[in-house]
Every structure is written in C-alpha cells, then in structure tokens.
Design a binder for this molecule. Structure first.
Ligand code: CMC
Length: 427
C-alpha cells in the first residue's frame, strides 16, 4: 500500500506521508502543508481532521466498536468496575490487585472537599444549571488546592483529587439545591455506592445501598469513560495545550459537554419524550418533524458524528435500563414512547439513509430517572463518567513531546481593508 500521497496544485506536485494507526486507519500528514504550499485545509467541524495520535481509545463508527486501551467496552461493562476502568484509561493498563487497592485508598483519602466550598453553592441563584455550577466549582478547586512543586506528584494527586471530589461536589450540589443537609463520603463504601449514598441518604430516610443500582451506575460510568476526540475531550486537550492546569482544562471540558448536541442530549431526550407525551400527538408526528428540513426539530438521542451504525454503548445501556426499571418496579410511559420512536426510526428510510441510530443518550436518561436522579443532573452524571477519559487524554497530551499549542487557522471572508471613519463623519 502506498506510503505517500501526491497533491498537485497548479503545476507543482507535493508528496505527503501517510500515517497508519495500529488498526489500519490511514491519515495524510499535512503538518508541512502551509509551509510548502502556502495553503491550509478547510474542514468545518473537524469531521475529517485528526488532531493527534492517541493510544487510549479505539472507535470504529462503521462497525460499532469501542475499546479502551484495546479492551472492548462490552467486556469492561460486564466484568470491570468504574474505578478499575478509570485506572486503565489513565495509567494505560489494568491495575494489579495492589495497585487497585492503593488507587481506591487514594480516592477515599481525597473524597472530602474544603468546607468553604459549600458557601459557593449557597450563592448561586436557585435556577442555576448544575453543569454551570460544576464547571465553576472544578475551576475553583485550583484555588483551594494550590500547585505542588513536584510535577509528578502534582499530576498524581490532582488526578485522584479530581476523580474523587467531582463526585462529592456533584452530590453536594444536589443536596444544597434542595435545601437538605450535605451527606459526607464514607470510606467503607465503593465509589458508586458512595455517590448514591451522598445523593439519597437523609436523616429522615436512611438510604439502603442497593447492589443492582450500584451495578447499573457502574455500567453507566464505564460506558461514558472515554470516547476519543469528541467535543469536550478536544476542548480539554486544546485548553491544556496553552499549559493551563488540569482543573481549568476539565472545567472547560464540563462546559463543552453541557451542550444538547453533546452530553446534554441525555437531558434533552427526556424533555423531548415528555413533550411528546404532553402534546397528545403520536411519535410518528415527531419522526416526520425530524425529517422535515424546514423544521429545526431533531430526534434527540439519535445520530452520531462517528457511529454510522447502532452505538455499542446504547445496546448495553438499554439492557441495564430494563433491569433497573424491573428492579424499581417502575412503569414509565416515557419508555413506551421511546420504544415506539426507536421502532419507527429504525424502519424509516430517512433514518436508514442518514445512518441515524439510537446513541447512548437515548436510554440512559430513562435509566437515570428510574434511579431517582433529577433530570437537570443527567449531564453531571455523564461528566463524572467522562472524567477518567478527559484526564487520560490531558495526561497523554502533556507527555507527548510533539503536542503543541492548538491554534487552527481560518479562511477570512470579511471585508477587505477599509479606513476608519470618525463617528462624527458617519452620519
Ligand atoms: N434527527 C434528525 N436528523 C438528523 C439527526 C437527528 N437526531 N442527526 C442528524 N440528522 C441529519 C441532519 O439533519 C443532516 O441531514 P441532511 O444531510 O439531509 O441535511 C444529516 O443527518 C447530517 O447531520 P449533521 O448534523 O451534519 O451530522 P453530525 O455528524 O454533525 O451530527 C449529531 C451528529 C450528534 C450532532 C447529530 O446526529 C444530532 O444532532 N443528534 C441529536 C443530538 C444527540 O443525540 N447528541 C448526542 C450524541 S451521543 C453523546 C456524545 O457522545 O456526545
């Protein structure tokens, strides 16, 4: 197979190397393009642009494959824990028993947050979205935990701090938003059980840890743990490329995830299903709207930039969602609507031709709802899950000698040079 490509511009021909990934993916290395030809590439939305090489996550959108450090996500969802998967992503291989125990101890040790941070929450307006609050709080962590001198220790400590404290901050924000007493983390509980306890325990109604809910949360977070160069991860890498600290980079990632086209889709799916239920119109009406080019309505939880087949995460979460609903003995009318929407879309020519299949967000909202998580916290749940991926990608970029300041270019389409006219002469 050819190792170079030729590009002809006017009368000149240039040769560029082909870079090959370990799974046979091929890319044209155009890093010398501008220097040699004076031209740049234009790729709005970066759909054809590889921003880095990475050893962390492999995705094949055509075949519906997702692997973390080579291990299929299906196997991790079945056998691993979120903490073990986080270790795998961040440190590159599955931990030994000793490494896993040490990592869990470090996470436990770092689980409390500075009491003064509670005051911040009280001053956010009532209607603030939890994603905005989380992004601000994570950025604020830097002020409470200043940089350590030893670079390696600083990264290690920051990684465990973030993984542990973001979970505490999220549960705390929920409790404070309801005016309830904050529940502190317990060292005897696992990562997922601890979160559920911090969310749902109360002096009037002690929370009884339910192993099935813990298992479901574990799967949910494993499925969200990384997804290569998506919008929020690229944001984390890009912000980090300016050599800002990890807290600020993650805070930016949380802000990017918030959008309804990205992580905010899990909240948008439930709102869409509720709108369908409230309208009294059939799901078919909404399918027709989604197909209408003159209507801005989109079927939330459908479609993906990379997956052109069923999202492998959606398959797993659908089964987990069914188990949670059965365990909680919940009959959710929104689930019936979701099933009908999915059935109609999967048979519809428009959706088939556009390769639009359910993505992970289509069923995860229904599952989180059944677990008692409030709708506006859904994307926060996604953020906690995505944290190991963001950290792993940030760490990889920092360790990469070739990683440099991210600075895309543009094709300017504004006016040519025009002279400044003083305001009194502008009429
Ligand atoms: N409903 C109806 N039509 C759609 C949808 C949808 N959900 N998604 C894409 N299309 C159509 C779109 O109208 C366009 O049609 P045409 O070519 O005829 O003009 C075509 O498909 C391509 O759309 P696009 O926006 O250029 O494709 P994209 O690759 O940029 O979109 C997406 C990816 C996720 C933004 C989009 O599918 C979408 O908006 N989906 C709904 C939001 C959603 O569920 N997001 C969660 C993604 S999974 C979580 C994550 O990993 O972030």
């Amino acid at each position: 197979m050819s190792k170079t490509v030729k590009l002809t511009i006017d009368d000149a021909t240039y040769e560029f190397p082909i870079v090959e990934g370990s799974q046979g993916e091929r890319a044209i290395d155009i890093s010398t393009l501008r220097q040699r030809t004076g031209m740049i590439t234009l790729d709005v939305g970066y759909a054809n642009t590889g921003s880095c090489t990475s050893r962390i996550t492999f995705m094949d959108g055509e075949r519906g494959i997702l692997r973390y450090r080579g291990i299929p996500v299906e196997q991790l969802a079945q056998h691993s824990s979120f903490v073990e998967t986080a270790y795998l992503l961040i440190f590159g291989s599955l931990p030994t028993q000793r490494e896993l125990t040490r990592f869990s101890v470090l996470l436990n040790d770092a689980s409390l947050v500075h009491e003064d941070m509670k005051v911040f929450y009280q001053n956010f307006p009532r209607a603030s979205h939890p994603m905005g609050i989380l992004s601000a709080m994570v950025n604020a962590l830097r002020s409470f935990y200043p940089e350590l001198q030893d670079v390696e220790e600083e990264v290690d400590v920051t990684v465990t701090r973030l993984l542990s404290k973001v979970r505490t901050l999220a549960a705390m924000s929920y409790k404070i938003s309801r005016g309830h007493t904050v529940v502190y983390p317990r060292p005897d509980l696992s990562y997922c059980a601890n979160f559920l306890n911090m969310m749902f325990n109360s002096p009037v109604k002690p929370y009884v840890i339910d192993d099935e809910m813990v298992a479901a949360l574990n799967v949910f977070w494993i499925l969200h743990a990384d997804h290569e160069q998506n919008c929020s991860t690229s944001t984390v890498r890009m912000v980090g490329s300016g050599r800002v600290n990890l807290y600020a980079s993650i805070s930016a990632g949380i802000a990017a995830l918030w959008g309804p086209l990205h992580g905010g889709a899990n909240q948008a799916v439930i709102e869409m299903l509720q709108d369908i239920a409230a309208s009294g119109r059939s799901p078919r009406h909404y399918i027709e709207r989604a197909k209408d080019r003159n209507d801005s309505f989109r079927l939330m939880g459908f479609g993906h930039r990379v997956y052109k087949t069923y999202d492998p995460r959606a398959r797993i979460i659908k089964g987990t969602c069914d188990r949670v609903l059965a365990k909680q003995r919940i009959v959710d009318p929104l689930l019936d609507i979701a099933h009908e929407v999915e059935e109609l879309a999967l048979k519809d020519d428009y959706f088939l031709e556009h390769h639009l299949y359910p993505n992970v967000d289509f069923y995860s909202g229904i599952m989180l709802r059944a677990m008692g998580i409030p709708t506006n916290m859904f994307t926060v749940m996604f953020a906690i899950g995505r944290l190991p991926g963001w950290i792993a990608q940030w760490k990889e970029s920092m360790d990469d000698n070739e990683w440099k300041l991210c600075r895309p270019r543009q094709i300017y389409t504004g006016p040519p040079q025009i002279d400044y006219v003083p305001v009194k002469s502008r009429g």
